[in-house]
Every structure is written in structure tokens, then in C-alpha cells.
Ligand binder design. Structure first.
Ligand code: PEP
Ligand code: MG
Length: 557
């Protein structure tokens, strides 16, 4: 008799995986960490060393910045190294019994809150630097620059909740993720899907009661975790994991084959990423570079705007491996379901919000220009709906590039609001490239909730007609068109996109190999003819019928 128990959740990233449950302890749990009395003096030394090391790391980063930015960083470092802070850390360890990491977090937070409360914008910005340095030092104090020592690096990650940045850091070495909560925002799921890691969310508290190391199955398609699985189920899930690994190996083996259609049309295949692990996976599978770096996902839990230092720490590991390649960095796309606490109640989304905070825009631009020096940097503007927004960004970009002493990067607009399509003839005159965000464009065009599973028929003729309009307007003035929404790796939509004239596809890193193989299996002339018919279809279902034979051929390629 099997004792298999099914813990139901919500599917977040497809795939089946089996392995030992590894419990993740979030960094915030450090707050509760305490040390025994005889170890306290050692904890004080540990905390001081961690703060000094973190300060030295930040100073090293500052060395690569222009004078104004470097000065800002160093001011933050000096404040964090203030004797009052060091005394506070010592008291927190000796009097309250906190661990080195917890004492650093609580004392830097105290100092940051004080700076925040003084009502001075400059000092409030320094508060964020103090917090950022505190997090860095706390991570060092608890076991190294890669995070708390308790952080698992393999197996099935089991946690209450995880942010997108956590998933990005975990990378492809883990087998799957199961979260007790986490049903609210899908952004950790975007990263998991991009990395090809199966994920189930909303499983409930029973998940956290699973013993460490217990063998479990995560079914990312059905949205369930199986505890004490039957042998047959366990073996099936293990084979699925092995097949996924084999597909990754195959993509690597084919990475040097060109992405050219059967009739000789070259298609640029780039990757959508939010962290360094995705960059590594994408380049290994033959991506030519990054077509969409989502920059906001790492800052969704923030209580203030990310500082230039925060951005620099985020960009460095992602952009370094992209030297000599395309690195398309999207400006912060806050708003909607990506609203961090400090923006709660603000209206608008994407560039609309950012333009109301010019200092925040400057901080992000200067950090990306510094960290992206060796790359072919492209700057992408989210949720554009009128040309005024693009002109404002170009002015800020030109100014920041002059201050950094680097050439002005290419500027592109995301086409994801139907208004930008209506005004496409104006938009194309302001940019060097376009990238169509079919996730938002489809939802906004069809009045659907993009969070709803399956609610993204980008192959609906009403969406295809928008894409057609954009391609025509862009190509009339020699501007390239990319698609970075999920449709670029959908076997129904992808050939239609090529047929409509899309030049570049940017896809989740785990799908790069597959999409490159599909490009080689497509005949561009056939895709163009199909796209022409699809534009005249009356529904998404009609389009599906049209594309079915080609879709089947692609899936078999
Ligand atoms: C899109 O809307 O298609 C897109 C790529 O942007 P995001 O999914 O980050 O909103
Ligand atoms: Mg979007």
C-alpha cells in the first residue's frame, strides 16, 4: 500500500521533477537568529569584519564609476561605517543576543529609518544605501557573498514564499520549487519558466511540514506536490527531469548551428532574463545576447527606490558575461501587479511612473551605462503610449552617457499598449528598435487578465493585425522589430510572427535551443503565406486550425 499524499497547489511553471525536499530559510528569518553567550564576542568580530568587507566591496565598485556616482556610494559607505552603527551592532549582539547577521540588519535598518525620518530627500536616498550595504554585510556574515549558509543549492526547494530574485539566484542546479504561499504575483514564476524549473505555488502549510530530505514530486503541469510518492510515479518524474536535462544538453550541442530558416532567412534569437543564471543558460543554448532584461523583479519588496548602488550590484553579474553581445536592458517597469510597497497608491505603469521620478531614472541609467560598458547596450522603455515619453528618456540617456563618457546606447520602445500601435508611425521615428510585448499587448487588446492561465492567445487575429501594423511602420523607416512576449516561444504564434516580418525573437532562456531549432524547421515563405491567411481569420481557434500542421512539424523538429 502506498502512503502517497497529494498536496494540491497552483501550477506556476510546467514540468515534472522528483528529488529530496530542501527547506529554504529566507534572509528575513535572520532577524530571529540568536547566538549563545560564550559566542557573542566572536559574533561582534564577525559583524565588524562583514561590515568592513562589504564596505570594501562597495568602494571597489565605486572605483569604476564616474566621480558624482562614486561620491554618492562612498557617502553611503561612510555612513554605514559610522561608530554609532558599530556600537549599535555590538549592543544588539551583546545585550539582545542577536547573531552577527541579524545585528547588522537591525542596526542598519535603525540608522536608515533615522535618515528617512529627517525629511531630507538626499538623506533619504542615503538611507537606501545604508540598507543595501546592511543586506550585503549580513549575507557575508551568514556564510558568504552568495547568501545565507542555510540556502539550499540543489533538490526540490520548499519555502513559504520566494521573490523572483531568489529564483534567479538559485539557478538551474535545483530540480523544482514548491511554495506554501506565493499565489499572488506571478513574477517568481516568470523566472522559473524562463529557467525551465517546474514550480507549484499556493500549496499551503502542509508543505512546510515535510521533513528535510524527504523524497517528493513536483508536478508543475497539474499544480501539485506528491509526498511519499509511489515508486512508479517517482521513477516517471525522475525520467522527466532527466529528459529536461537531456534537452538542455542537446540545445548546447546545437548551439553553434545558425538560426536560419529553410529558405535562408536569418532570425536573431535572444533571451529574456532577470538574473545571471538565466544569462549563462541562454548563452549555453546559443542565444546571441539578451533581448529583455527585466530589471524591476529584484526590487518588488523594496521600501524605497533602488539606488545607483543597488542597480550596480544587480547589473554587474548579469552584464559581465554579455561583453561584446546585445544586452537589452528594460527600464524599471513598476506598477500594476509589480507595485513595490514604496509606490503603493501611485497611478500609472512603467515609464509613466519612472518619468515622475527623474532621479530614479538617472540612477538606473548611470548604473547600466557603467556596468554595460563592454556590451552592445540597448535601452528599452516599458509601457510606452506616446512619443513624449521616448523623447524624455532619450534626453536623460544622452545626458547620462555624456556624464559617463560612453556612447549613447540604442533606444527602443516596448510595444505592449495598443495606443503605441495606433501611433506606431510616430513612435518609430523616435527609436532605434522596437520590441513587442505580446503578454501585455494581448491582454490589453482583448480585455483579458494576463495572470489568468491560458489567457494569452497572441495568435488572435486582432493581435496579429496590431503586430502587422507595427512591422510595416517600423520596416518603412528601417527600424528592427523584436518580440519578447511569451508568444515568441509558442509553436502556434512563432511562425506567424516570422511571417509578419518580425526580425528577432527573445525567449525564456530554457526555450532558446528549442526556438532556434524551430527557426531552422520553418520555411519563411510558407510562414508569410500562413500569416496572410491568419490576418483574415475570425478567431484564435481559426488561426490554430490554419497553423496546426506546421505546429506539429515544429514540435517534432
Ligand atoms: C510583455 O508584456 O509581453 C513583456 C515581455 O513584458 P512583461 O511580461 O515583463 O510585462
Ligand atoms: Mg509587459
Amino acid at each position: 500500500m502506498s502512503a502517497e499524499r497529494r498536496l494540491a497547489g497552483v501550477p506556476a511553471s510546467p514540468g515534472l521533477a522528483a528529488g529530496p525536499a530542501r527547506h529554504w530559510t529566507a534572509a528575513t528569518a535572520l532577524d530571529a537568529a540568536r547566538v549563545e553567550p560564550p559566542e557573542r564576542p566572536a559574533a561582534v568580530v564577525e559583524a565588524n569584519t562583514a561590515l568592513q568587507t562589504a564596505a570594501a566591496e562597495v568602494e571597489a565598485l565605486a572605483a569604476g564609476l564616474n566621480e558624482a556616482d562614486a561620491e554618492i556610494l562612498i557617502t553611503g559607505v561612510l555612513m554605514a561605517a559610522d561608530p554609532t552603527l558599530l556600537a549599535g551592532v555590538e549592543r544588539a549582539i551583546l545585550d539582545q543576543g542577536l547573531s552577527a547577521a541579524a545585528a547588522i540588519l537591525s542596526s542598519t535598518e535603525e540608522q536608515a529609518a533615522l535618515l528617512d525620518s529627517l525629511g531630507d530627500e538626499m538623506l533619504a536616498a542615503r538611507a537606501s544605501d545604508v540598507r543595501s550595504l546592511g543586506h550585503r554585510a549580513a549575507r557575508l556574515a551568514s556564510g558568504g557573498s552568495d547568501g545565507p549558509a542555510s540556502r539550499p543549492t540543489e533538490g526540490i526547494i520548499v519555502a513559504h514564499d520566494l521573490g523572483p530574485a531568489d529564483v534567479a539566484e538559485l539557478g538551474t542546479a535545483i530540480s523544482a520549487i514548491a511554495l506554501a504561499s506565493g499565489g499572488i504575483t506571478g513574477h517568481a514564476a516568470i523566472v522559473a519558466r524562463s529557467l525551465g524549473i517546474p514550480m507549484v505555488v499556493g500549496v499551503g502549510a502542509a508543505l512546510l511540514a515535510l521533513p528535510e530530505g524527504a523524497e517528493v514530486i513536483v508536478d508543475g503541469d497539474a499544480g501539485a506536490v506528491l509526498a511519499d510518492p509511489e515508486v512508479g510515479h517517482f521513477e516517471a518524474a525522475r525520467s522527466a527531469s532527466a529528459a529536461r536535462q537531456q534537452a538542455t544538453q542537446q540545445a548546447k550541442a546545437m548551439s553553434s548551428l545558425p538560426a536560419v530558416t529553410r529558405d535562408g532567412v536569418r532570425v536573431v534569437v535572444l533571451a529574456n532574463v532577470a538574473g545571471a543564471a538565466e544569462v549563462e543558460a541562454a548563452l549555453g543554448a546559443g542565444a546571441e545576447g539578451v533581448g529583455l532584461l527585466r530589471t524591476e523583479l529584484s526590487f518588488l519588496d523594496r521600501s524605497s527606490w533602488p539606488t545607483a548602488l543597488d542597480h550596480r550590484l544587480f547589473f554587474e553579474p548579469i552584464l559581465a558575461p554579455l561583453e561584446g553581445r546585445t544586452a537589452t536592458v528594460r527600464l524599471l517597469d513598476f506598477g500594476g501587479d509589480k507595485t513595490p510597497p514604496f509606490l503603493s497608491g501611485q497611478h500609472g505603469r512603467g515609464i509613466d511612473i519612472l518619468l515622475r521620478h527623474p532621479g530614479a531614472l538617472r540612477d538606473q541609467l548611470s548604473a547600466m551605462l557603467a556596468a554595460g560598458r563592454g556590451t552592445h547596450l540597448h535601452v528599452l522603455v516599458p509601457m510606452v503610449y506616446e512619443v513624449r515619453q521616448l523623447r524624455a528618456v532619450r534626453a536623460a540617456l544622452t545626458e547620462s552617457a555624456a556624464a559617463a563618457g560612453v556612447p549613447v546606447p540604442l533606444l527602443g520602445a516596448m510595444i505592449e499598449v495598443p495606443a503605441a500601435v495606433t501611433l506606431a508611425d510616430q513612435v518609430v521615428r523616435e527609436v532605434d528598435f522596437l520590441s513587442i510585448g505580446t503578454n501585455d499587448l494581448t491582454a490589453l487588446q482583448l480585455g483579458l487578465d494576463r495572470a489568468e492561465p491560458g489567457a494569452k492567445p497572441a495568435h488572435h487575429p486582432a493581435v496579429l493585425r496590431l503586430i502587422d501594423t507595427v512591422c510595416r511602420a517600423a520596416h518603412a523607416v528601417g527600424v528592427t522589430v523584436a518580440v519578447c512576449g511569451e508568444s515568441a516561444s509558442d509553436p502556434t504564434a512563432m511562425p506567424l510572427l516570422l511571417g509578419l516580418g518580425v526580425d528577432e525573437l527573445s525567449v525564456g532562456s530554457s526555450r532558446v535551443g528549442r526556438v532556434r531549432a524551430w527557426v531552422r524547421a520553418v520555411d519563411h515563405a510558407e510562414a508569410t503565406a500562413l500569416a496572410g491567411l491568419a490576418l483574415l481569420a475570425e478567431s484564435a481557434q481559426d488561426v490554430e486550425k490554419l497553423v496546426e500542421p506546421l505546429r506539429t512539424a515544429l514540435l517534432a523538429s
